[in-house]
Design a protein around this ligand. Sequence first.
Ligand SMILES: [Zn+2]
Length: 366
Amino acid sequence: MDMPDEVDRNIAALPQLLSSLSPDDRRRFERIFQVDVSTSTFRAPAAMHAWMMEHFGSEESVQSQTVVKVTNLITLEGALYNKLRARRPMDSRVAVDLADRIAAKLGDTFCRPLECTPEDLFGRVWGKHCVTASNLAKADGYHGLVIFDEHNPLTFDSEMVKDYIDTGLAWARLAHCEDREACNFLFLWNCLWRSGSSIVHGHAQVLLGKGIHYAPVEHLRRAALLYRIGHGVSYFDDLCKVHTSLGLVQNYRRIRVLSYLTPAKEKEVLLIAPRLDDDLKLAIFRVLRCLLDRLSVCSFNLAIYMKPIDSSQQGWQGFPVVVRIVDRGDVNTETSDIGAMELYGAPVISSDPFEVARALASSFAD
Ligand SMILES: [Zn+2]
């Protein structure tokens, strides 16, 4: 969709961008999102002026700050955007060479998975580039690991990513054969320490839960179901259309790649697809490479949401595969990216989804 040239596409310009949408697009946007803009000012003592110039470039940029609050009215996710937050002085930066820090862990337990990790009662699943293990400290009844052959978690190609996911799915099928009640699959990839990963060596986690699906997946299903009841159309289709109308979607075959307007944290990308096929695995690879190579991401969380395996449960019709990938910040910073605001308020975001969309457009154009 063509956007008017006169409006610079960035999150601070969201209100102007909305006024340039067609009436249909505008109505659809307002069905899903609400935007509230606040400007903030303060008076700084003269002694701070030089310091502010040094850290923020100009006094004006600090003294008149715009915060754009975006709320997803359907899922009740929210985000507060203020680019200036990225330029906050951080006292806790530690200079570390990432490659050295990863290499220093060579020979860790995941380099020797057969000796150092337990296996499930149904055995291990061998991929071309990985092998599964049973997780020692379970988060659920079935909780496994997909341990990559490659130690460095940032070194992967499209074949490896495809193989990690295929191996996770094969593990889920074996677990499901062992216990038919276990049918809620979750594939998770925490990359490097910022993401909560306790082991540097590349690995993903796989879970297969019983009963109700994992709460965020169930929450999304219910929100989408209520949307269909209320509006007679698919929430996921409308979510993609809204993002498309703003230039925040890349189309890759049947997959929609969204620079999401209410991200969990920095640079969150959603992939929405009819099924977990090879196209989606390749799109996941492209998004990861884009984040790592173009947007300086080193540490990330990835999750794959999908409907229950073999399920006779009602209410999952039209639920797509949703992949969420989020940046967890600078690996050289000790300050956590997640505080009370993120846990109990709303995520404060300094990255711009329009910049993420431009990077994704370059990656998917290659
Ligand atoms: Zn290793």
